[in-house]
Each structure stands twice: as C-alpha cells, then as structure tokens.
Design a protein around this ligand. Structure first.
Ligand SMILES: [Zn+2]
Length: 498
C-alpha cells in the first residue's frame, strides 16, 4: 500500500516537472500529455480476435479518451507469440528496448495475450514497465494497470500465466495430433524426393503420397548402391555425371545421398518419438535394403577418418599377432604400401597380404551352399524379427489403452513399456543385422565368383570380408631376412562358427 501510494506520488511529481518544462519552452501546452506506445499483434493460428488495424484503432480511441499522446505504434502481424514459435517478433523486441530507455509513460495493448504468451517474456515486460514507471493499459479490459502496484502487478502476472497455460494446452493438442497422424501413418513435413502428393482438387484435402515416376528410380538406385557399400562420394559424382535431377539443389552432394539413404520414408516407415509406424504410402525399397544402407552409413568404424580406410582391403580389419591392434595401411617410407601395427610389431606388403586373403575369400565363396545360406538364412531371420516387432507393438498398444481406460496403473504401464520397448529394440537390431549380406548379393548370381569379385570396388570387397566374419591375424616373421617376411604361415585366418 505504502509503496504504491509513494509510486503514485512520484508520477504526479514527474508530470508536474514535465509541465514546468513545457511551460518554460513555449507555454502553449498547459499540461504535458503522457506519451503512449501502442502495440498490436495478430497470430496466424487465431481466426477470432481483431486485426492489427482494428486493435490499433481501438487503442488509439483509448488514448484519446485518456488524454494520452500516441508516440509510437508497434505491430507484429502473422507471428505467434508463444514460446513454441521459432519466429522472432521484431517490433516486440524494439518496443521493450524503447520502453527500457524511458521513451513512454503508458503502454497500450489490446489484451495481455496480444502482448506475449511466453511467460518469461511477459514477466520481463512487466519488470521493465515497473522499473520505468510505465502504466499498462489493456484496451479489451478497458482498464489501466500500474505494474508498480503489487495488486495490479499480480493481476497482470496472472493474465500472463493464463495465456501461457492456453499456449501450453494448444501445443499439447498439436503434439497429440502429430502423434495420432504418425500412428495412422500419414506423411508429415516436406514431400520427400522420389514422391509426389495428391490433393483433392475441390477440398484441397490430402489424398495420398505416390512414387514420382521420374525420381523414384533414383531413390531405389541410391539406397541399393549405398547398401552394397559403394562410397557415397562415388554415388553422388556418378549422379552428377549422368545429369540426374538432384533434390532442390543444382548438384548432388554427399549429404543429399546420405539423407536419402537414411530416410525411413523410403521403406514406407513413419518415425515418431523414436518409434516407427507403417506409413500409408508405398515403400520404394524393402526394409532389408533400407537397413543394409543405414547399417553401412551408421557404422562407427566408417565415420572416423582413418588413414587408408577404404583404400586398402584389410586396413582396420586384420590384426597384429602380438598386441591384437587393428593394422593400418600406408605407403610407409617407400613407395610400396604396407600394413603395419602402430606398435611396430608387424609389417607386411599390401599386395602380398591382399592376394593371400583374396585367395582364401574366393575359395570360401566358391562354396555356393555357404553363399546361399549367408544370404537366405538372414532374410528369414529378418522376416521373423519383423513379425515379432509387430506383435510386440500390438501388446504395447493394448497396455497403453488399458492404462488410458484406467484398467492398468501408470506404474505398471511404465514397467511393461520399458520392457517391451527393450524387446522391440533387440528385434530391430536383428532386422538391421539381416541387412548385412547385401554385399554378398552381387556375388550370388555370378558364374565365376572371381570375375565378379574383380569388378567390385575396394570398399565393397571390404564389406564382403566383414560379412564373412573372418578373423585375420598377422604374426611376426619367425626368421629374419627378406624371404622370411613373405612366409605364408605368418597369417592366421579363423572362420566364425556356423
Ligand atoms: Zn602390434
């Protein structure tokens, strides 16, 4: 009480001093009028409410009725004020800084939510007004508040809380709608390269998402080639060389190729909050192909920049027989490249070790039965895992329904949910692993495996070696001397148990 009356007294004193100032200057104005700032704002999402010009007109009338001089008008159109918006309100920022520099005595707003629905921003405004002794007039309330008055301040702060609460509720409604859309498998966001969307010509309602006759084949090619371990840079260069239309850019980049290969939309999947749902649109590739490409791109061993990573067949695959570290490869000191362990224990020429291992791999792959088993058995595993995922998801949905209907407690839902999600993750990893033999698919139909092998790039050959799962160890030479260095018994190859 005391504070507010003091504050009121101060305002009177200031007005008086302004009056004295004006009288000294010209004596025309008997009393200096309070300087008012008018702020108007309309957001896209609200059909009701007044337009910016209507708000301004009403606020100007309020100023005239109160004898305030409109010193400045600030307006933000089509911008949402909630904290969920990413757009910036240029005029709002300018207004707050002008208020803070003492340019105004009154701020006129249409309604508090027109000021700001973000509680922090609103509280900051009240703070500036209180500090600068600025009154706040809310046109729709037909009332003038003094933020320096604790009761007025509380009323304004409550209005801010209400607006923020509305905004939070709305955001939750949007989130729920998005989740419902995701679960129904409806597409979201921009149309992915490779698809077109159709809309009802009359109602403009979304009808469906269909493969684009021109670009769908490009998507299939990219995912197929990446899944077969072709380097991303080679794919993007080739697309550019052939003049294939890139997605919203002049040229294909590695990023374009990566983004397409990692986009689950192409496998007909809709991701939402870490879970995948069946989309309502046709897939361009099957899930096994998609996961094969994804697994390759997300392999942490590929992402690190390692010398000679994709240049040599066995770098970071073969290991040192002394320290078990992975061997690196580089032209070391002389022109002939060699594999070596960082600890300096072993070293061997690249050409020599590659020829030896290639011979072993090709002999292994000549066993058509093994090749068929490696490519088919995992396919079966993927089908089984996908069926299991569907089953687990259904159980999860049933539990969620039960909890929503009060038939299960939130605590038991949380427990079951954690377990089911973990099980789903295990099955999803199985599906991803099943994508591995893609590297072998190219070799599958070959009459002479060795001929087909020679057409593969080094990166693709490396994938074959990895898929076979062989452990290659390079041991120290038993005897010193030039001939001993090439001794075949230095190399141990172990096959995984079938
Ligand atoms: Zn070593």
């Amino acid at each position: 009480m005391q504070l507010s009356s003091l504050h009121g007294a101060w305002l009177v004193v200031r007005r008086t001093s302004f009056c004295a100032f004006a009288c000294t200057l010209g004596g025309m104005e008997s009393e200096r009028r309070a300087r008012a700032a008018v702020y108007a704002r309309v957001s896209q999402d609200r059909a009701e409410g007044r337009s910016v010009s209507e708000q301004e007109a009403e606020s100007r009338r309020a100023c005239a009725n109160n004898g305030w001089a409109v010193a400045a008008v600030y307006a933000d159109n089509d911008v949402s004020a909630s904290r969920f918006t990413t757009k910036r309100r240029a005029d709002w920022t300018r207004l707050v800084s002008d208020l803070d520099s003492g340019m105004f005595d009154v701020l006129v707003l249409w309604e508090p939510s027109r000021g700001s629905r973000d509680l922090v921003t609103w509280a900051a405004l009240l703070d500036v007004c209180r500090r600068q002794k600025v009154l706040l007039h809310v046109t729709s309330h037909g009332r003038t508040y003094d933020p320096g008055n604790p009761r007025d301040w509380r009323t304004l702060a409550d209005d801010g809380v209400d607006s923020a609460y509305e905004s939070e509720k709305q955001s939750q409604r949007i989130t729920r709608a998005m989740a419902a859309n995701a679960k129904a498998g409806r597409p979201h966001g921009r149309v992915p390269y490779g698809y077109v969307r159709s809309y009802d010509p009359a109602t403009k309602a979304f009808v469906g998402q269909e493969p684009d006759p021109e670009t769908a084949a490009v998507v299939r090619e990219i995912i197929g080639r990446v899944g077969r371990a072709e380097p991303v840079i080679a794919v993007s260069r080739d697309l550019n060389a052939r003049g294939v239309r890139p997605p919203a850019a002049r040229q294909w980049s590695r990023q374009h190729v990566r983004r397409i290969a990692l986009n689950p939309s192409y496998a007909g999947l809709r991701l939402y909050a870490g879970e995948s749902y069946e989309g309502t649109w046709p897939a361009l590739v099957d899930a096994a192909e998609f996961y094969a490409a994804k697994r390759l791109l997300e392999d942490p061993a590929r992402r690190k920049t390692k010398p000679g990573r994709n240049k040599y067949l066995l770098s970071y695959i073969a290991r040192c027989g002394v320290c078990d570290e992975q061997l690196q490869a580089a032209p070391r000191g002389r022109a002939v490249p060699s594999y070596f362990c960082a600890g300096g224990h072993v070293q061997a020429g690249v050409a020599w070790l590659d020829a030896l291992i290639e011979g072993v791999v090709l002999a292994r792959l000549d066993d058509g039965e093994l090749l068929a088993r490696l490519t088919v058995a995992d396919d079966e595993q993927a089908v089984a895992a996908r069926a299991k995922i569907g089953e687990l998801r259904e159980r999860l949905a049933e539990w969620r329904d039960a909890a929503a209907n009060g038939k299960a407690s939130p605590a038991s839902l949380a427990h079951i949910e954690t377990n089911l999600l973990a099980d789903i993750e295990v099955e999803e990893r199985k599906v991803q692993r099943a994508g591995a033999p893609a590297a072998l698919v190219d070799l599958l139909g070959a009459d002479v495996i060795a001929d087909r092998w020679r057409t593969l790039q080094v990166a693709q050959r490396r994938e074959v070696v990895k898929v076979l799962g062989m452990a290659i160890t390079l041991n120290r030479a038993n005897a010193s001397g030039r001939h001993a260095a090439g001794a075949y018994d230095r190399v141990a190859v172990e096959w995984p148990q079938p």
